[in-house]
Every structure is written in structure tokens, then in C-alpha cells.
Design a protein around this ligand. Sequence first.
Ligand code: AP5
Ligand code: MG
Length: 213
Amino acid sequence: MKIIMLGAPGAGKGTQAKMIADRYGIPHVSTGDIFRANIKNGTELGRQAKAYMDKGELVPDELTVKILLDRVAQADCKNGYVLDGFPRTIPQAEVLDKELSRLGESIDYAIDVDVPDENIVKRMGGRRACVTCGATYHIEHVPPKKEGICDNCGGELILRDDDKPETVQNRLNVYHTQTQPLIDFYNAKGVLREVDGTKDMMEVFDSITAILG
Ligand code: AP5
Ligand code: MG
């Protein structure tokens, strides 16, 4: 099963992708997480990506496409995967499509998690991420057991650099101009499914499992 998560920044793609990955036993592949891991480890890719991410801009396709194709070529992806944050531009979607066609494969579902911009800005201010393992929390909706400490690994919880209100607004603008056209792209292929992302996370997950079966 090959699934793509679509939706604005903060719509809950990562939250739902993790739950899908656990339920169906397929890897959760997030380009944002890959970039953040590279930044944390001080790699050259991380250094280049950070300059764009901190401004809320997209990392150029030349850098992004290669790391994604390398990732999905790994053995654990042979029975499928859930992509979170990729593709994010039409050229990225076209490259993925071409690569899958070459292998005689295709995307099964593109799930659009729909949340209006007003809700997004509120959600992002409350998100906290673990610096060590990347787990995400929300100070109101998903609080950690102990404030500022990750339940999973005891790491420190921080506000992501790109979750400051001015950067969030730019990420939303970038989303509407560069990523939203993918909704039509996947609709035309007959694989688009929409879910209401304003509902409680478990309700959102129930709508997704009803689609995936
Ligand atoms: P990325 O890491 O992909 O960030 P994003 O798309 O902006 O999305 P987020 O991770 O912010 O949100 P999410 O939808 O995963 O929401 P979450 O589940 O955390 O990308 C970051 C940057 O990397 C980009 O800006 C770009 O620079 C670069 N990049 C990455 N991929 C790229 C690509 N392919 N091409 C070019 N550049 C790329 O939820 C948000 C919060 O809400 C959490 O606190 C959560 O607990 C809470 N929440 C979730 N669901 C609910 C709910 N139903 N009700 C209430 N609260 C909820
Ligand atoms: Mg995410």
C-alpha cells in the first residue's frame, strides 16, 4: 500500500501518518523529518536545507527528490509506505510518478487532511517536538506527561524553529501556491480522498481507516 498525505502545514499529516504506519506495518517517510535529522547531525544536506526551512520556503526539488527516491528504494519500503510532506510540488509528483511507473507501480491513495488556515496558526503555536526522537505533542491536545519532557525518550521538547507565527504564515502561502495544486493532480488520477482534519485526531484516523480498509 502506497499512501501520500496531503494537507497544509500543521494539518496533522505527521500525526496521522504515524498512526497509519503503526496500524498497517509500513514505514512513515517524512522529508521534513529527514531534513531535521540532517540538521541535527550537522550534515551538508542539513546545512543547505536549514536556510530554506527557517524562512518557511521549500527546499529545492534537486535536493529533495533524490533523498526521497533513495529512501523509498530501501528494503523496508518494498510492501509500501506512507509519504508525509512529499510530494510538495507538481515537478516532485511527476518524478515520483515516473519512477513508480518504471517499476510498474502506482500510488494507491492520496489523503488530503483538510484544515482551514485559521485553525492552523493556533495549532502550530501549541506544537512541541522532541529534539532527540522527533515525537510531537500539543500543549492542549496531546500534552506530555511531564511538561517539556518527551514521554518516549526523556528528551527536551521545543517549539520548532519554523513554527514561529511569521514563518507559519509564509509556509501557508507557500502551501497554497505550490502544494495545493497536487489535490487536482491526484484527483485526476482517481486516488484522492478527503478527510476533515478539524475533528479530534482519533476521529480523523477513523475516517482514514474507513478509506484504507
Ligand atoms: P514538514 O516537516 O513536512 O512540515 P509541514 O508540512 O509544514 O507540516 P508540519 O510537520 O508542520 O505539520 P503536520 O501536518 O505534520 O502536522 P502535525 O501532525 O505535526 O516540512 C518542514 C519544512 O521542510 C518545509 O517547510 C520545507 O522547507 C521542508 N520540506 C519538507 N519536505 C519538503 C519537500 N517535499 N519539498 C521541499 N521542501 C520540503 O500536527 C500539528 C500540531 O497539531 C501538533 O502539535 C499535533 O499534536 C496537533 N494536532 C494534530 N492533529 C490534530 C487534531 N486533529 N486536533 C488537534 N490538534 C491536532
Ligand atoms: Mg509533520
